[in-house]
Design a protein around this ligand. Structure first.
Ligand SMILES: [Zn+2]
Length: 75
């Protein structure tokens, strides 16, 4: 069974736990220094590619409001 919470791939630079217990993951763009994009594994929301600092801020903001539960934590 895939466990998305314990694996931490090298390109993941930040993770935020949402209200619903899902994870918003920010991944670095290896081809463009200092840039990243993100996605929420609870609701599928995607955070647009951009400067990593902005993507992290948006990911944090989404995590504070998203109540979707991660499919990885649902039984
Ligand atoms: Zn979400």
């Amino acid at each position: 069974m895939k466990n998305n919470r314990t694996t931490w791939p090298k390109d993941v630079i930040a993770r935020y736990v949402t209200m619903g217990g899902a994870t918003v993951e920010v991944k670095a763009d290896k081809s463009t220094d200092g840039h990243a994009s993100g996605s929420c594994d609870g609701c599928g929301h995607r955070i647009a590619w951009g400067r990593a600092v902005h993507v992290c801020r948006d990911a944090h903001r989404h995590a504070e409001t998203c109540r979707a539960m991660s499919r990885w934590t649902a039984s």
